[in-house]
Design a protein around this ligand. Structure first.
Ligand code: ADP
Length: 419
């Protein structure tokens, strides 16, 4: 008596659908083993996976009552049905194992089982065999139909194993990435801390020397001061992102006019704009000072970083507009340029620390890819948000929102920012 063809198809459909269910791999393999035994009317089933390094098979899944017995058992590549199927990459039926020396008899002894007949099908992943799916002891002979059923189930098992492998490698890559990120942050925190003190001394002594030395050495001392100040800014940028991430950043909030910040920052860039032949202008509403409760030093840094980038990445005769406007509950500031723009595939990452659109090797502009990450953390510290719209060759607009009422209270408050 064979299983009704309609029932076979229904059962195959059921296990195929199970492949998409979020079940544990072991549960799914168990359902395949049950389906294999049931549809081929076999006494038992097992799934062997090939161990490339040892050149032998181990039992990936067997019915629970055999599990303990075969847990550490191995099946050799040579002189086994599994080995034959694996090497020939095609199914095999043995009607009488007693008459066929390909059957590896040691396992029977271990499991207390007598194998009389076998149907085995290869598990194939990307055209390569990775294991073997077997059923044992059908009362009648295994038919062509049984072979097809086993090949279908083996295909499902192979896909399940491959999905499991991919899932594991995704998890381990995520773990690795998290660990690398942790190490990177730790390194940055330690390095910035250690650099700060000697740099402070260099700057202090250089400023002192400038006063002592005559005019003839001013150029050299100025160069020391300028470059150490640059290093100091880089360290400040690194630590501000780090402090934010570790919850140690400080905001000194007070009521300030965003119109005023825009005015100050714009005028501090007039020289740079003039030298590059770029028109820079501000647009703020008449009669509205755009009052917000923020740390004005930090918001000035945010705006300066955006304006500096706008000027850096805009060619001669370009234009940069800094716009401030009132929105319900927020003040919105936008820095618009008609410069190089940012390719769409770089856009999601420009706010990442150290991210730069140009590669280091081909870079014409300085910078370390820190300005935007600093701007982002500083805006977010105030409960605001920042984003960019850009089209390559047409220009970019960086916009940020600041809540009118700060998360902190009082006329002047100082608080550590904790996410
Ligand atoms: P950097 O200090 O190296 O400029 P940022 O974090 O400020 O780092 O910016 C990251 C990258 O984003 C820049 O290197 C640049 O490639 C791109 N970028 C930022 N602002 C603009 C802009 N206004 N126009 C075009 N590209 C920009």
């Amino acid at each position: 008596m064979t299983v009704d063809p309609m029932k076979t198809l229904e059962r195959l459909l059921e296990v195929s659908r199970g492949l998409g269910d979020p079940v544990e791999i072991e549960t799914y393999l168990q359902s395949l083993l049950s389906a294999a035994a049931e549809l081929t009317e076999s006494e038992s089933a097992s799934l062997l996976e090939y161990d490339e390094a040892a050149q032998e098979f181990y039992f990936r899944h067997v019915p629970w009552f055999h599990r303990e017995a075969v847990r550490s058992a191995r099946v050799p590549l040579n002189e086994s049905v599994a080995g034959w199927v694996f090497l020939h990459v095609k199914p095999l039926v043995i009607d009488d194992t007693a008459k066929d020396k390909r059957h590896y008899k040691k396992i029977d002894k271990l499991a207390g089982f007598t194998t009389k007949s076998i149907l085995a099908a290869p598990l194939i992943v990307n055209g390569k065999p990775v294991g073997v799916f077997e059923v044992f002891n059908k009362k009648e002979k295994y038919s062509e139909r049984d072979i097809l059923v086993m090949e279908s189930l083996a295909a499902l098992a192979a896909t399940a194993l491959q999905n499991n492998m991919l899932e594991k490698s995704v998890f381990s890559s995520q773990d690795e990435a998290r660990e690398l990120d942790r190490l990177k942050n730790e390194f940055i925190a330690i390095a910035s801390h250690e650099l700060r003190t000697p740099l402070g001394l260099i700057l202090g002594h250089a400023t002192f020397l400038k006063e002592l030395l005559g005019n003839e050495y001013h150029e050299q001392v100025d160069s020391i001061i300028r470059n150490s100040s640059r290093l100091k800014d880089i360290i400040e940028s690194l630590t501000s992102v780090d402090n934010y991430e570790t919850g140690g950043a400080l905001i000194r909030s007070r009521k300030v006019s965003v119109s005023r910040i825009i005015e100050d920052v714009t005028s501090s860039f007039h020289d740079m704009a003039r030298k590059k032949g770029i028109a820079i202008k501000k647009e703020t509403p008449q009669g509205n000072d755009l009052w917000v409760d923020v740390d004005s030093g930090k918001i000035a840094i945010v705006l300066s970083n955006l304006v500096k980038n706008a000027l850096t990445f805009t060619n001669e005769k370009g234009q940069v507009i800094i716009r401030g406007e009132k929105q319900p509950d927020y003040v919105q500031v936008a820095v618009q340029d008609n410069g190089l723009g940012i390719p769409s595939n770089d856009l999601p990452r420009v706010f990442d620390r150290f991210y730069q659109v140009e590669s280091h090797l081909t870079r014409r502009h300085g910078g370390m890819g820190l300005g935007l990450s600093v701007a982002k953390v500083m805006v977010e510290m105030h409960g605001g948000r920042i984003w960019v719209e850009s089209a390559e060759g047409l220009g970019s607009t960086f916009t940020f929102l600041l809540p009118v009422i700060s998360k902190s209270s009082g006329p002047e408050t100082e608080k550590a920012f904790v996410e």
